[in-house]
Design a protein around this ligand. Sequence first.
Ligand code: HEM
Length: 157
Amino acid sequence: MDIILILAILRYVHIFAGIIWLGDKISLLYIVYPLLVKGSADEGRRLSISVPAMINRVGAIAGATLILVGILLGTFFGRIQSWERLIEPYGLAWMVALLLTIALAVVSETRRKMIGELWDEEGQVNTRAVSRLKIIRSWESLGFVLIISCMVFMHFN
Ligand code: HEM
């Protein structure tokens, strides 16, 4: 197969997986969680387990595809063909994107534990858990911005 065609397919798959991975997390953090906290505790407790679990499953597949194709685009089909290339600006941006994506994938898996119970025994919203959620969400959002910045930087570098 023509190398240009392979590259086009890989880029397509990478961008598609990136959209799903990012959309998945943004919808969970900025739409699903805020809606859950507004609803009743009983339904919220149930949905706060099942909805993130479902979203994370899709996110894990998209994330793994994103990372794998990102590695191929940067190394085998890209400019990082030796270890020295890793410490050039392009290689550093690639490494930052890779490490941040892995870190954010780990955060996704442990987010529920880090936030804690969103409701207390009386069914009242636990304000401390909600503020923990907001702090985690801010850090994750910063990570998304940095990853996209790395992609833009790599394009123009
Ligand atoms: C949220 C996660 C990500 C999104 C949304 C994303 C998106 C994109 C987009 C839109 C491009 C096309 C840029 C262009 O050519 O104009 C791209 C290229 C690329 N991405 Fe990502 N990406 C993500 C994560 C990653 C990760 C984790 C890696 C590394 C493992 C990576 C490696 C690359 C490489 C090497 C290219 C080709 C850059 C070039 O030489 O022009 N990406 N990405």
